[in-house]
Design a protein around this ligand. Sequence first.
Ligand SMILES: [Zn+2]
Length: 330
Amino acid sequence: MHRNILPFIPYRFKGEAVACPVCSSHQHKTVARMDRRLKPLTTVMCEECGLFYSNPMPTADELATYYQKEYRKDYQLARFRPSNKHIRKKQNEAKARYAVIRQALTGNTLSLLDFGCGSGELVHECAMHGHDAHGFEPGATYASFAQQASHLKIDIRGTDYQSADYAAQHFDAITMLHVLEHIPNPIAALKKAHEWLKDDGILYIEVPNMQGYELKGFEHFHFAHVLGFSRDNLIEALRRAGFRVRSEIDGTSILAEKALGRECTAPIDLKATAAQNLHDYTAPISLYAYARYHLARLLRRLTRTQAKPAIPARSPSPAKDTGKLACPRL
Ligand SMILES: [Zn+2]
């Protein structure tokens, strides 16, 4: 059995101490010393902006190796290709996400990039509608599957964002869907997207909402998610990379555009976010609450499996416990 799924055994990484990846503050509080698999993992929360992050943070080399070789089999038990269940789910999500892009942009043929495209369903969906669709994915298994899964000629690259080489101002839309929480330097990644996006383009970004869970605590930390965002610090990260909010879809699902000197008018309160997150994620969890939470999740999963909707609800409501949809574990 893979050592990464066994409880109590440490992950194989040394990491390094880092400042807050969003606001660069060194003021932080430790909120957890283990993750959802009951493995040792230290997560801290920035006292300035409320961002959760792994500290020590895995180094760039450690993460590159992990994503290239281990991530998918570790978290989705996918050794050679994504499961049919995963593909079906992603195809349904891709339809809903394409509708969001279509609503935001006019034009018959758009140039689109899925930043961290996984097994490529959104890229394929966009290409099927006649758009100039591109994507890249550092995980070797999924990148290879994405490249081969369509009869259309689609540019999908097996690379990370540092090595992805697109022309400046090339894309009408860039999607970053459940990607930024995996990246230790989110501002650098967002700046790359900013560079590749046209001045009148849109960035469609979505991350798990750490305030979106009914039960908060160590349960939501794990090695692959080196960052944990809330609405306000996600907007702050966008702002620092040169974006502003164009419209908010739901919690940490946002359509952004280049700021180009214009103010971001979305109101944020980073100190209040930090206070709320610290309170919520350091409160003790009773065994009863923990058991009730997991039983409810199991029942929801069983209900969903039986119902098999054609297009499941795409985006979680932060007011409800929809963590499963916000951050699919499979
Ligand atoms: Zn911070």
